[in-house]
Design a protein around this ligand. Structure first.
Ligand SMILES: *[C@@H]1O[C@H](CO)[C@@H](O)[C@H](O)[C@H]1NC(C)=O
Length: 411
């Protein structure tokens, strides 16, 4: 996720304008600021910008009443487990977890880049057994001990039913990369294979694994920091994208997205859901022969959606996200305060009427779970194990990093 409030904008604009008469011809930053101000006004007058701003700020939703949180339990000892993938054959869930307070200081996707953040850079790789409810922190054999570990999106490619290749986004201080790991079901450790860097992989967020060395990766921004990042974020510019990566060939597969975020694919990778959180957008994409992505549908949600996940038994997608992003961002910018981010999970399912009526929407959205942030805060993803009746909810900035819930009846 990457929402942003801009406190103090007024004050700094004022300072700039009083300087304007003296420094108009000498200050290169001023011209940019004036252009931004004009663009903000223009954009603010557009209906879509306003509508999206209302979603991004969570303004219309009022108090958040919990729904379907009965029986949910916090998995003790894990913080900020942002992405979860269940290997359905074995009932093992793969996730990475970090440290809630340090995420406020170092997490490039939300623009916090303090390289001396305490307790950062040491995220853990966790395998959680859905059946027993126990988890193990796995050694990453071969990953240099001094390499930063700030994990984000991940996905799994099954080389065989028991041999897995895991791709994990890692926001190292030296730059964001994709770590390639291998794991065989039953092993006591995970093997590090290689680190992938590429000029087109700028601000990686999430991954759809395609093969042992190929994947799609979303860039959530075009600019990492600076004025252009501010413009991109504040004006919701459609400057993010999805990259196809393979060792032979890497290119932009889908372009012009506003804040491309989490992705999930169905089993044969013929359908990809891309969550673009600003303005609650979901892109339904189909890979073409040449690996570029074609948009099949565009769905609007009423909240700030984060990561989608795929449930193979029904073919439904689940999407987690934030109901009051502004409140969440306030807490994120308050040192020492646990982040209370009201959260929601929805199900995206095929509309049976769409088979016979071209006018019917192809997908329906139904609410699965809502929480006010006391139990499930900053929820980003819900992974469903229908066979075992368990829904695991991951979080981006919560000390209650992973929450285990019964699969609600409405799901
Ligand atoms: C960065 O983090 C360190 C350690 O917590 C802190 O001392 C320092 O003030 C922070 N720097 C900024 C610019 O916030």
């Amino acid at each position: 996720m990457a929402v942003k409030e801009t406190p103090g904008t007024k004050a700094s604009a004022k300072k700039q304008s009083s300087k304007a008469s003296k420094a108009a011809s000498t200050s290169p930053g001023l011209a940019t600021k004036i252009i931004v101000a004009i663009l903000v006004l223009t954009a603010a007058l557009s209906y879509n910008f306003l509508r999206n701003a209302i979603i991004d700020l969570g303004l219309l939703l009022g108090d958040v009443q919990p729904l379907n949180t009965e029986g949910c339990e916090v998995v003790k000892g894990l913080e900020t487990c942002e992405d979860i993938h269940i290997h359905h054959e074995s009932g093992l869930a793969f996730t990475t977890c970090g440290h809630a307070e340090s995420r406020k200081s170092w997490f490039p996707p939300i623009g916090t880049v303090n390289t001396s953040a305490e307790n950062a850079f040491k995220d853990i790789f966790v395998i959680y057994d859905v059946k027993s409810g126990k988890y193990e922190v796995m050694d990453l054999i071969g990953l240099p001990a001094d390499a930063d570990r700030v994990f984000h999106g991940l996905d799994i490619y099954e080389r065989s039913p028991t041999e897995l290749t895991i791709f994990a986004v890692n926001h190292r201080r030296s730059g964001s990369v994709i770590e390639v790991l291998e794991y065989t079901i039953g092993d006591k450790a995970v093997q590090y294979k290689e680190t992938i860097k590429h000029d087109l992989i700028i601000t990686p967020n999430d991954i759809v694994a395609l093969g042992p060395r190929s994947f799609y990766v979303s860039n959530d921004h075009r600019h990492k920091t600076g004025t252009m990042r501010e413009i991109e974020e504040t004006l919701r510019r459609p400057w993010s994208n999805v990259i196809f990566y393979s060792p032979e060939n890497t290119f932009v597969a889908f372009d012009n997205v506003v804040s491309a975020n989490g992705m999930a694919a169905n089993k044969d990778r013929s359908l990809i859901i891309l969550s673009a959180c600003h303005g609650g957008s979901v892109h339904v994409l189909r890979p073409r022969e040449d690996h570029t992505l074609e948009q099949q549908d565009h769905i609007k949600l009423d909240f700030y959606n984060d990561n989608p996940s795929y449930e193979p038994e029904t073919g439904d997608f689940f999407i987690g996200g934030h109901v009051q992003p502004l409140k969440m961002m306030h807490d994120i910018h308050t040192p020492g305060k646990p982040v209370a981010g009201p959260s929601k999970i929805v199900k995206l399912h095929k509309n049976p009427l769409a088979e016979t009526s071209a006018a019917a929407p192809r997908y329906l959205v139904s609410t699965v779970l809502v929480d006010n942030g006391q139990l499930i805060s900053t929820g980003t993803v819900a992974a469903i194990d229908r066979k075992r009746g368990v829904m695991l909810v991951g979080t981006a900035f919560s000390e209650k990093g992973l929450v285990r819930c019964p699969v609600p009846h409405s799901a």
